[in-house]
Design a protein around this ligand. Structure first.
Ligand code: ADP
Ligand code: MG
Length: 306
């Protein structure tokens, strides 16, 4: 288990993390979901022992992170948001270098590299210079590299950033496989709710605060009903009208008007009928983690303030 207690971090006057308390179960995939600037990378760097927090404590299993970062470093694999491969070296050379950093060498190391490259589907490209690989392949090599020393915990900053959905799916499949077959605990930061949705637990961050922590299912359950999204030529007018006529609290978010209705409520046709010229499109959907985020913070995940 990983336990974070009263963790805070400030960069000068900027409060990047404010009194975070979390207990993360071993063997789970936990996402830290939050918009830009919510403190995800700061938390990631602290967990990776690269940044000393202003205050608080972290325990990885029985080891205190701040007292014994060396032990922690041996048990974690880290995949950074920005590429950490040497792009002028081949895939194989990058892997071997990483192995040397962890005191591995000889045939044991090259054997291990082969197995990992095979597992991540990059074995055929092992002699390619890294800069010739696509973004998705590079990401696979990054993960393979992070796993060379058999870490118990994998830290992953924004796995999906800059990758197209298919590649993102691949990365998540790999993570789930690691979890299933090697019981690796994965801690993942993301600003994408569809990624967070695939994890076992989600810790939602906003402006350095932990605002929710539970399974995606439980968090979405709290919304209760369904969510309606409208697009309109005049969102503000539509909002006023809906609020006045139907007494639904609405919010404008990401170019849409959004309101919650109870399950099974047949209100959508009535609304569309009531404002035929104002409503361009209407969409009824199940609540998402974005709805959870909005409910708790009053603003959207994508950074808009209403
Ligand atoms: P996220 O990864 O969620 O986008 P960060 O942890 O990078 O968030 O940033 C949290 C806050 O701390 C932001 O306000 C950011 O501007 C600030 N911040 C991050 N890194 C530094 C730094 N090295 N120096 C000063 N402020 C920083
Ligand atoms: Mg970040």
């Amino acid at each position: 288990m990983i336990e974070i207690r009263n963790l805070s971090h400030q960069y000068g006057k900027i409060k990047a993390l404010q009194n975070i308390n979390l207990k993360i179960e071993a063997g789970k995939i936990t996402s830290f979901l939050g918009p830009n600037g919510s403190g995800k990378s700061t938390l990631f760097k602290i967990l990776a022992t690269l940044l000393k927090p202003t205050s608080g404590e972290i325990h990885f299993f029985q080891t205190a992170l701040l007292k014994d970062p060396h032990t922690i470093r041996r048990s974690i694999g880290v995949v950074f948001q920005s590429p950490s491969l040497d792009k002028k070296l081949t895939v194989f050379e990058n892997m071997i270098h990483q192995g040397h950093l962890y005191g591995l060498s000889g045939t044991a190391l090259s054997q291990k590299v082969k197995v990992l490259l095979e597992e991540f589907g990059v074995a055929q490209r092992q002699s390619s210079v890294v800069e010739t690989l696509s973004g998705g392949l590079k990401r696979r090599v990054e993960i393979a590299k992070a796993l060379l020393h058999d870490p118990k915990v994998l830290l992953f900053d924004e796995p999906g950033a800059g990758l197209d959905p298919g590649v993102r799916q691949d990365i998540w499949r790999f993570m789930k496989k690691l979890q299933r077959e090697k019981q690796v605990t994965c801690l993942v930061t993301t600003h994408l709710m569809d990624e967070a949705d695939q994890s076992d637990d989600v810790a939602i961050l906003d402006e350095g605060h932990l605002i929710a922590y539970d399974t995606p299912y439980t968090l979405k359950q709290e919304i209760g009903g369904d969510v309606v999204h409208f697009t309109s030529t005049n969102l503000n007018l539509l909002k006023q009208n809906v609020e006045q006529t139907f007494k639904y609290p609405c919010e404008i978010l990401g170019g849409e008007l959004r309101l919650e209705i109870a399950h099974g409520e047949d209100v959508l046709p009535q609304l569309v009928k009531a404002f035929p010229t104002l409503i361009e499109t209407a969409k009824l959907s199940k609540p998402t983690l974005e709805d959870v985020f909005m409910k708790r913070t009053g603003h959207g995940l994508r950074g808009e303030r209403t």
